[in-house]
Design a protein around this ligand. Sequence first.
Ligand SMILES: NC(=O)c1ccc[n+]([C@@H]2O[C@H](COP(=O)([O-])OP(=O)(O)OC[C@H]3O[C@@H](n4cnc5c(N)ncnc54)[C@H](OP(=O)(O)O)[C@@H]3O)[C@@H](O)[C@H]2O)c1
Length: 307
Amino acid sequence: MRSLFPVTDQTPAGGPEAASAPALTGVPDRAPAPTADRAPAPTADRAPAPTADRAPAPTADRAPAPADDREWSLDELADWYAYPETDRPVLRANMVSTLDGAAMHEGRSQPISCPADMRIFGTLRGLADAVVVGAETVRQEEYRPARARDAFAGRRAAAGQGPAPAIAVISASLDLDFSLPLFTEPLVPTLVLTGAAASAERREAAEKAGARVLIAGEGRGVEPGRVVAALAGQGLKRLLTEGGPTLLGQFVAADVLDELCLTVSPMLAAGDARRIAGGPRMTLPERFALASVLEEDGFLFTRYRRP
Ligand SMILES: NC(=O)c1ccc[n+]([C@@H]2O[C@H](COP(=O)([O-])OP(=O)(O)OC[C@H]3O[C@@H](n4cnc5c(N)ncnc54)[C@H](OP(=O)(O)O)[C@@H]3O)[C@@H](O)[C@H]2O)c1
């Protein structure tokens, strides 16, 4: 893995084009089948009026020094992806997309992911206070509790974080299996965010299972603009959303997304798979600023922020 942007001492002379050339050596004509599962590991563990404090300082100075293309340690990745030092909540999204915009293949993101993507996925989790996810992704990707990982333990303790991020599930129907480990066996209680008019019976079932229910809307559903404040009210300010597209689209439309960590997978999927963000379109497309690009094995790990 290496940084293509910002240009660092890791970026070979000749710029990004030269940098990517060696990585293509030996890569077959067709993308190899990915071997990692982007879904959480069984035991585990993406505007108008931008404001200056929403644009954290670049982290290029934290780039690992060696100029060779090698696997970055989790510690190096954690430095690279560190949340900005600010008191206000930050909502970051992590999504993967094929070259032609598919956010999934046959209903899952795993087929378009890769091992390096999974390392970054795990690192972003390792840095977060809470992982915010739509109920459909929980159901389809069979979410389990986030796990505590040694690689991030010291960093989390120093930042005053619990051993693992809380999973915060967004649901209106509360049609979730509350007997699953996600609700019964997490290291830190799983949160369920729903609306005030959601089923009282289902809310009770969630609480009985050990989940904490937060109300963030007046109807059955959650008002996306209230999610960040509801979680910040629980002391959870370093927020990571893992989608899916329905939820991410609402965060974009509500103008609450600060950062998008987008993995560009070197694959073409065609078909009718959805994009990383759905829902009603913005009146005007909103522009984000490129903050960094890592590359490994033809995959691009981009990060964009509010300007
Ligand atoms: N490419 C990637 O990086 C990536 C990332 C994540 C997921 N995915 C893929 O995306 C697919 C799932 O995404 P999706 O868009 O269908 O679903 P999703 O966004 O994960 O979840 C949608 C569900 O979340 C709940 N929800 C959303 N907005 C809500 C609101 N305002 N208030 C209350 N509840 C709300 C509803 O749950 P209830 O029905 O319970 O009310 C809704 O059905 C899967 O195939 C998954 O593999 C891809």
